[in-house]
Design a protein around this ligand. Structure first.
Ligand code: SAM
Ligand code: SF4
Length: 331
């Protein structure tokens, strides 16, 4: 089938442009805000989408529905074998391919990913303190992640973004240090408000450090001004007045940006989700494996997007936590 792409439009008039694909639920870290220390039940390999299946669905999103960006995530996407081959298949669709990673192995692979066609990279780093890093990720890998960030910059990824989840009483006193790190290394640090997607269920509203508090802490040391217009991007951004670059905050809890959301998600087992916090999934793997045509898959995607809600309800009394945690959905 050829022809013009048709926009995927949800019931609130938002046009879908961005697809997040989780390529594995497995991970080499056990971040406290994401996973328990042990006992995660991994998907059997036979239930995880193959590269062929991922590419087939990606092609439908890109060619039929005009999706412009694909972000690979997980779990930890870099633990999936032969990742450069998948990156290159997706890049060949002519779409902007990005990835979110914990960065632990990037020092060895950044060049390879870049050569395969990866355009943008986000690396998670929540603390600059080795002991705290080991507590937060349950792995003693700070030096490797720092080397991974340097390798990503050296490989030519531009911008390199660094994601820092801030949890009150854990790493909130490092906000300014992390901002300074971003300025020094020439990377954009993006602070993420802690969301109720941790596997252990310890999230509480008072553990969230909100955007206003984060920006005030930074502004007190490195004065900033807000960069106008976020569009569909989740981060609000600020510019350092002294020319030291930019810093972002993803205020998922205190200032939800659902009204501009252009994202949909595919989990590692091929479940289609219209929101990170969705409680409903659409099983595209079962459809593919029982012989669905591309037309059929496209129709299922359109129907699913027709259920996308106006926004999550974290701050409302009727908020229902998704039964899956962050690493099982794909952050
Ligand atoms: N493993 C990769 C990583 O950590 O970058 C990609 C997957 S991870 C689930 C994607 C992002 O979600 C990371 O930046 C991580 O810090 C963030 N994250 C995980 N759990 C979170 C939570 N409960 N609240 C906010 N962000 C969270
Ligand atoms: Fe793994 Fe990323 Fe979750 Fe940390 S946040 S446990 S690195 S998936």
């Amino acid at each position: 089938m050829g022809g013009e792409a048709v926009d995927l439009v949800d019931p609130f008039g938002r046009v879908i442009r961005d697809l997040r694909i989780s390529i594995t639920d497995r991970c080499n870290f056990r971040c406290t805000y994401c996973m328990p220390s042990e006992g995660m039940q991994w998907l059997p390999r036979s239930e995880v989408l193959t590269f062929e299946e991922i590419e087939r669905l990606a092609r439908i999103f890109v060619q039929r529905f005009g999706v412009e960006g694909i972000r690979l995530t997980g779990g930890e996407p870099t633990v999936r074998a032969h990742l450069p081959a998948l990156i290159s298949r997706l890049a060949d669709l002519g779409v902007d391919v990005a990835m979110t990673t914990n960065g632990a192995t990037l020092r060895n692979t950044a060049d390879e990913y870049r050569a395969a066609g990866l355009r943008r990279i986000n690396i998670s780093l929540d603390t600059l303190d080795r002991a705290r890093f080991a507590e937060m990720t349950r792995r003693d890998e700070l030096d490797n992640v720092l080397a991974g960030i340097d390798a990503a910059v050296a490989a030519g990824f531009d911008p390199v973004k660094v994601n820092a989840v801030i949890e009150r009483g854990v790493n909130d006193h490092e906000i300014v240090d992390l901002a300074a790190f971003g300025r020094d290394r020439g990377v954009e640090v993006r602070f993420i408000e802690f969301m109720p997607l941790d596997a252990t269920g310890h999230w509480m509203n008072d553990k969230v450090v909100g955007q206003d508090e984060i920006v005030a802490a930074i502004d007190a040391v490195f004065p900033v001004e807000q960069v106008p217009a976020r569009g569909a991007a989740p981060a609000d951004r600020w510019r350092y007045l002294d020319g030291g670059g930019t810093v972002g905050v993803i205020p998922s809890v205190t200032k939800p940006f659902c009204g501009d959301c252009d994202r949909v998600r595919l989990t590692a087992e091929g479940a289609f989700r219209t929101c990170l916090f969705a409680t409903e999934e659409f099983d595209l793997r079962a459809a593919m494996r029982s012989g669905a045509s591309d037309d059929d898959l496209a129709a299922r995607i359109v129907a699913a997007v027709g259920t996308k809600w106006a926004g999550h309800r974290i701050n409302q009394v009727d908020f229902i936590r998704p039964s899956k945690s962050m690493s099982q959905i794909g952050g």
